[in-house]
Design a protein around this ligand. Structure first.
Ligand code: HEM
Length: 212
């Protein structure tokens, strides 16, 4: 996989944030030993809580998006995996000071002021999640084939060449984030996006109807 310098810089700048995320107990449960179905569906439901509003922002009609790269929404696959794993969706907290709402507000400030560079920084996190997702999907398939067949569309990205897609995304990032100001804008949006995922893991209540 060829890595463009701005993409590598984004990885270096966000490494601690990624580590906080992948070592969070809800996600670490997916890679440290066989996840129980309950642990798996809880992790999916919390990820959905973050991914759905993130995608809504990145795919909003007014968002400044790059030509030549299309973000493919996955929140629908993730919701389907939650249901197929036997779980229910979670309700986002509605109080204004809730961690998830605050993290989304911070991200909005970056997206509103940062144009294409901020969009690319946030998309870097959302799209990059496919890379670790493949590892999780493979581990799940080895440990719990039935659950993997039923409920790993989000992690497995079936039908996509994830490596090629990442290389292409890196080229787009390379075109737009070569200068330091654009890079810093993207980095800050990427960090704010990781915070949204972390906040999603920390919050959420079960919907009364199971979310189905
Ligand atoms: C929603 C949660 C997650 C997000 C947003 C996320 C984000 C990212 C990003 C942005 C990258 C690209 C790094 C680069 O620039 O090369 C990445 C790669 C990676 N992530 Fe995650 N990640 C998530 C969860 C996880 C989990 C739970 C694991 C498992 C321990 C994991 C393991 C990995 C691995 C192994 C790679 C490198 C894969 C490769 O190079 O092919 N990630 N992730």
């Amino acid at each position: 996989m060829t890595v463009s310098p701005p993409l590598a810089r984004l990885r270096d700048a966000t490494r601690p944030a990624h580590h906080r995320l992948d070592s969070h107990p809800l996600l670490a449960a997916l890679s440290d030993g066989p996840p129980t179905p309950e642990a798996y569906r809880r992790a999916l439901a919390h990820l959905h809580l973050a991914l759905a509003p993130l995608e809504a922002r990145l795919l909003a009609p007014g968002a400044t998006r790059p030509a030549g790269f299309m973000l493919l929404p996955r929140a629908g696959d993730l919701a389907a995996d939650v249901i197929a794993s036997g779980g229910g969706l979670l309700a986002a907290p509605t109080t204004p000071d809730a961690a998830l709402a605050t993290a989304l507000d911070h991200l909005d400030a970056h997206l509103e002021g940062g144009g294409l560079a901020a969009w690319l920084g946030a998309a870097y996190v959302v799209e990059g999640a496919r890379l670790g997702g493949r590892t999780i999907a493979r581990a799940l398939a080895a440990r719990d084939p039935a659950l993997a067949v039923a409920a790993s569309r989000f992690f497995a990205s079936p039908g996509l060449d994830v490596g090629r897609r990442w290389t292409h995304f890196g080229q787009v990032v390379g075109q737009h984030l070569a200068d330091d100001v654009a890079f810093a804008t993207a980095r800050d949006a990427a960090l704010a996006t990781f915070e949204v995922f972390l906040a999603g893991l920390a919050t959420g209540t079960a919907l009364p109807d199971g979310g189905a």
